[in-house]
Design a protein around this ligand. Structure first.
Ligand code: PHB
Length: 391
């Protein structure tokens, strides 16, 4: 190679570099969003709804947040905690994403929070309720657009005892963080109001062989049963409970995941069930109406709580990015903007607690046809207790 060729090549390379730097300074680089969600297994529909909701919000902003186009990189986490650290590190180390959005499963989310903390990467959790994520593992760079497991289920316990006068209850769930934290929160609320949880039944995630446990419930005859299942598992549990005839004698309560996004498949078996959740199908709020119409039009599907949480994860990201003009290294400014904001969500407006979990109304809902109808407010502006969070 002659000196002249070398110089010409260097000049070309140099001008490419200068161009790239200029583009960066003008803020035209894309923001890389790593979507780590279940795209296979019992929680598949939940992952899809979250992705749809997130993309709907971005589309409403003209495909950009803080003036930057969004590039999505997707990982199927299979709701498998054993693969979680490797999966999240693909996004952090290999793809060098600016922000991670995920996931559904609490066990996977805890591994993600650990990796996000170690690498100081922004993380927005659009579902998983793991109490630890906004408790002992809370962080300036970690946010949740959904709920904590405690928050979703404590109010159901108080309503079952105080309002419905139930004295004894059994709980049933998958044996992992979400199931354990929700059933324990139900117990806390139920016993605070004078009830007694007589037995807590579990089976491994994501098993759906419920028969032996249903037989145990039938012979123990508690006044009520509280369950956490979601997605495909929730469909099967509610149908099996009704097929065993138990819905005629022992009312089945749940956190609202038991009947959200599942009513088409559950049909008759779910009718009349009471659950608590931060969303319902008949809220009649202007924001909810426009959201539901836009979602149905875009995806030919009715939205559910997961779609709302995906949509709001994108709103949280936008609020933070606007404040730092797309510079995700400014974590303190990003967090300060999110902490001050009021989010106009389809669920009703919410704010973020210091531990970065929504402070929100928890609705009492009753299944009526294909809808979870709001019939009351089980807890107004309920914060997560954020036990163990030091920020
Ligand atoms: C969770 O693992 O935290 C979880 C999963 C599905 C839900 C709710 C919570 O519907």
């Amino acid at each position: 190679m002659t000196n002249a060729t070398f110089t010409r090549r260097s000049a070309i390379a140099l001008s490419a570099l200068v161009l790239a730097a200029g583009a960066n300074a003008q803020g035209v680089d894309k923001i890389k969003v790593g979507l780590m969600l279940p795209f296979s297994g019992t929680y598949t529909a939940l992952g899809v709804a979250i992705e749809n909701g997130f993309k709907l919000y971005v589309d409403e902003q003209g495909g950009k947040l803080a003036g930057r186009e969004i590039e999505f990189i997707k990982v199927d986490d299979e709701s498998d905690p054993a693969k979680a650290t490797e999966n999240v590190n693909k996004l952090i180390r290999r793809d060098k994403v600016d922000v991670i959005v995920g996931t559904v499963h609490s066990g996977v989310a805890m591994a993600m929070a650990r990796a996000a903390k170690e690498s100081n990467t922004l993380l927005i959790v659009p579902n998983a309720g793991s109490d630890a994520v906004t408790g002992p593992m809370c962080g300036q760079n970690i946010f949740r657009s959904s709920f904590s497991n405690w928050q979703s289920s404590y109010p159901m316990g108080t309503v079952a005892a105080r309002q419905d006068g139930k004295k004894t209850a059994m709980t049933i769930t998958w044996k992992y963080a979400a199931g354990e934290e929700m059933t324990n929160a139900f117990k806390e609320g139920f016993e605070k109001e004078g009830g007694k949880v007589v037995k807590q039944l579990t089976l491994p995630f994501p098993n759906v062989e419920f028969q032996a446990l249903l037989t145990e419930i039938a012979s123990a005859k508690p006044d009520a049963v509280f369950a956490f299942f979601a997605g495909g598992g929730a469909v099967k549990f509610v149908k099996d409970y009704a097929a065993a005839g138990l819905n005629k004698t022992i009312p089945l309560y749940g956190s609202g995941f038991l009947t959200d996004g599942t009513l088409d498949a559950q049909g008759e078996a779910a009718q009349g069930m009471f659950t608590t959740l931060h969303y319902a199908d008949n809220l009649e709020l202007p924001k909810d109406k426009s959201f539901r119409t836009a979602y149905a039009k875009a995806f030919k599907l009715q939205p559910d709580v997961y779609a709302v949480q995906g949509y709001d994860a994108a709103q949280i990201l936008r609020t933070g990015l606007d404040a730092v003009k797309g510079d995700v290294s400014k974590k303190a400014e990003f967090a300060a903007a999110v902490e001050k904001a009021k989010f106009d969500s389809p669920r009703g407006a919410f704010t973020m607690s210091k531990s970065h979990n929504p402070v929100q109304d928890i609705y009492l809902r009753k299944v009526d046809g294909k809808e979870n109808k709001m019939v009351g407010i089980a807890a107004k502006a309920l914060p997560d207790p954020a036990r163990g969070c030091k920020l």
